[in-house]
Design a protein around this ligand. Structure first.
Ligand SMILES: Nc1ncnc2c1ncn2[C@@H]1O[C@H](COP(=O)(O)OP(=O)(O)OP(=O)(O)O)[C@@H](O)[C@H]1O
Length: 302
């Protein structure tokens, strides 16, 4: 699938005196899985609310699948998993999914939506009796049952255990393979790193960075080098290319560098015995923390 699925042009949103979004320009391509990251209050949920047509922009325009997100024609092609959803507690899981399926012109078979959310064993249970993580899975089933072209997932895996989380990501991959456009927010950066085609970082209503997980990691081109030796902090700091160093009382050293090969070569040449050598690249989490820490305080909304 090609083309643009979602387009925000010059979008601003204020709530009273709070400027939640400032002049946001964003194009989401069809068929991609995009992760929207940002610290609390960055504006992620507000951006999704605008894309869903639940909120009106104060400035600028929002287009989804070429149309106004508030039009029925657009809404029936969109599925959403909000951060907190009010589920129909008296209905069984299967009944709730069946009810939602009726709102869409070409829904998935209910059993398929239940299977995608790993809910077949719980199909007969009342929605009100589900655990927190199971309720998130039901919210996911309700989001996908309409077989939407565009899927918004706001912190989908929060509250899910490790098994449910894995099943969720497998289902998201399947939706993507079927050509769906997926926009999700998450605070679990390692999950975003593994799955997203594209990562957008927001802070205080501004777009800070936009690229592949790989390209964002490359913006903090650092590596971590860890090993155990008898070297003290002053000696560690003298190794070539060390940007930051730490050592504990048992001799576990942790160094940050942009040139890990030169550092390890110098360590070997020094003849100092060392063990448990480990070199790791900067993670998306490192990039995210570095980007949001650099963001100017002027960007923080009043
Ligand atoms: N209805 C509202 N009324 C007043 N202020 C609001 C409203 N909704 C959001 N805000 C404010 O707008 C800013 C952006 O909030 P938003 O919920 O979009 O952030 P977020 O990135 O989704 O955060 P989180 O990671 O905590 O979910 C925050 O400062 C928030 O307090």
């Amino acid at each position: 699938m090609n083309g643009t699925a979602i387009e925000l042009r010059g979008v601003g949103k204020t709530f009273g005196r709070v400027q939640a979004l400032h002049d946001l320009n964003l194009t989401i391509r069809a068929g991609e899985l995009t992760a929207l990251l940002g610290p609390n209050g960055a504006g992620k949920t507000t951006a999704i609310g605008l894309m869903l047509g639940l909120l009106q922009p104060t400035a600028g325009t929002v287009r989804v699948l070429g149309g106004d997100p508030r039009e029925a024609r657009t809404r029936t092609q969109v599925g959403a998993m909000p951060q907190e959803s009010a589920l129909p507690g008296a209905l069984t899981v299967r009944e709730a999914v069946t009810l939602f399926a009726r709102m869409y012109p070409a829904p998935l078979p209910v059993t398929e939506a239940l299977a995608l959310a790993d809910l077949l064993p719980l199909a007969g249970r009342r929605a009100g009796a589900l655990s927190g993580g199971q309720a998130r899975r039901l919210a996911f089933a309700l989001a996908v049952v309409g077989n939407p072209a565009v899927l918004y997932l706001d912190e989908p895996t929060t509250g899910m255990d490790a098994g449910s989380r894995q099943a969720f990501w497998a289902a998201a991959e399947r939706m993507k393979a079927a050509g769906r456009t997926i926009l999700l927010t998450t605070h679990y950066l390692e999950e975003a790193e593994r799955t997203a085609d594209r990562v957008i970082v927001m802070n205080a209503g501004h777009l800070l960075a936009d690229g592949t997980p790989e390209s964002l990691r490359a913006r903090v081109a650092t590596s971590r080098v860890r090993f155990t030796s008898d070297l003290v902090l002053a000696e560690l700091r003298h190794l070539p290319g060390v940007e930051a160093a730490g050592v504990d009382e048992r001799g576990h050293a942790a160094l940050t560098t942009r040139t890990p090969e030169a550092l390890v070569a110098a360590l070997v040449q020094s003849g100092t015995p060392f063990r448990e050598l480990e070199v790791t690249r900067a993670s998306l989490e490192d990039a995210f923390l570095s980007l949001t820490a650099q963001a100017s305080p002027a960007a923080v909304s009043a």
